[in-house]
Design a binder for this molecule. Structure first.
Ligand code: COI
Length: 415
């Protein structure tokens, strides 16, 4: 029987944009479909008549305001991906039975655009975000899409919204690609239709106030992720269950949670960031360790970049700010919390820090564990930064802000 196509209105800024939604009962299988993919040549741009005032960079916090426009695409099982549209930012209405509301078929990405001193906006390793987003969509059986085509559209949106990119150090235009399932119905089946949005938010520091170290509570009663689960994908549903434990940690005086897993309670993530631990060896060399990508850890773009930079550190290719002859032993391995306590007690523990797109790199100065108010304390230098955290953060930001030329920094004004 032919699928029944319904025209369901999606209201944006008062205008009604028809979204075709299928009520067919069988699962959407991209392998058997030959539907139109995202086509940047079909982009239409409708500019807003009322442009907002761009705030001064020093007033910016993380992710609280949006720019004037957004990019919208919809997918239907009959027509595939719609023509992309850049249009005024505005609220949308959605059917209460939509898959994303009922079954959390929502994925997102976090990226940033930086304004170079030459006035050219740039993205940081955007191909990694596109590949991860495609994997996230696949994990929730959302429609596949051409990553290069989506990236081309993101660049176009950034060029339209160029005036919103703050050029002050530590500020950027945060990019939030978002996709959600819009199939209507209570059947627990893949969403055969979807909406893909790109929205932008000029942002200052992720943690408000001056750059400072944060504290963690090592949580072993509640788990963020587990083998075979979804922790290695960027799904909205991974974040919601962390909210109450994080609020409880905050009530105990900690900024974020150090997520643990396994019978040995090994380190997972730091709040919404990937964790790094630096240990001292007797010969003066250092171990730089992060948990392995076993499915419980998000494959972060910043994590990837910290591994790349520290692995490449050598006399010929030294990270500025670190001794060229410093030997770094970079490893992806488990660290049980009891071992971290031991490293701290024996004076081996040098640094702990979290890394992520939003926060870049944040040092940790205190980790609460167990139920008797025990704490690991980590000494840092100025603002709590150890030498590795300081040098790696500075190098990442120099590349992101195009102060250091790198193939990781991708101009938005080039195809
Ligand atoms: C990131 O740092 O990449 C994040 O995704 C954090 C975000 C959930 C605010």
């Amino acid at each position: 029987m032919a699928p029944v196509a319904l025209e369901t209105p999606t209201h944006i800024n008062g205008a009604s944009t028809p979204v075709s939604i299928s009520k067919k009962a069988h699962a959407f299988d991209p392998a058997t479909q030959h539907l139109p993919d995202i086509d940047p040549s079909k982009l239409t741009i409708k500019l807003s008549h009322e442009l907002a005032t761009v705030p001064a960079p020093e007033t910016l916090t993380f992710g609280t305001i949006h720019t004037d426009h957004m990019l919208l695409l919809t997918f239907s099982p009959e027509a595939g991906w719609s023509a992309p549209s850049i249009q005024p930012y505005g609220p949308m209405s959605i059917d209460p039975m939509a898959s994303c509301i009922q079954y959390a078929t929502n994925i997102f990405e976090g990226m940033k655009a930086y304004m170079g001193a030459d006035g050219r906006p740039r993205l940081f390793r955007p191909d990694l975000n596109m590949a991860r987003m495609k994997r996230s969509a696949d994990r929730l059986a959302l429609p596949p899409f051409n990553e290069q085509a989506l990236l081309e559209l993101i660049k176009k949106l950034i060029m339209v919204e160029k005036r919103w990119i703050p050029s002050a150090p530590g500020c950027s235009l945060y990019i939030r690609p978002t996709m959600f399932g819009t199939r209507i119905g209570f059947g627990v089946t893949p969403s055969t239709s979807a909406t893909l949005l790109i929205i932008l938010s000029p942002s200052g520091p992720y943690f408000p106030g001056v750059v400072r170290p944060i504290s963690l509570y090592a949580e072993s009663r509640v788990r963020r992720a587990w083998p075979g689960g979804t922790g290695g994908h960027k799904l909205a549903l991974n974040y919601a269950p962390t909210l109450r434990p994080t609020r409880e940690a905050s009530q105990q005086g900690y900024d974020q949670i150090l997520w643990l897993f396994g019978e040995d309670d090994h380190l997972g993530e730091v709040g919404q960031m990937n964790a790094f631990v630096v240990l001292k060896r007797d010969d003066g060399s250092l171990d730089v360790i992060t948990p392995p990508l076993d499915g419980t850890i998000l494959p972060g773009v910043t994590r990837h970049s910290v591994l790349d930079l520290t692995r490449a550190h050598s006399p010929e290719n030294a990270i500025p700010g670190l001794p060229a002859d410093l030997v770094l032993h970079v490893q992806e391995r488990y660290i049980p919390i009891a071992q971290l306590v031991e490293y701290s007690e024996t004076g081996t523990l040098a640094e702990v820090f979290g890394v992520g797109t939003a926060a870049v790199l944040v040092p940790i100065n205190r980790i609460g564990y167990g139920e008797e108010g025990k704490e690991i304390k980590i000494e840092g230098g100025a603002n709590g930064f150890g030498p590795i955290a300081r040098a790696v953060r500075e190098e990442l930001m120099a590349i992101q802000e195009a102060r250091r030329p790198s193939i990781w920094s991708v101009p938005c004004d080039e195809e």
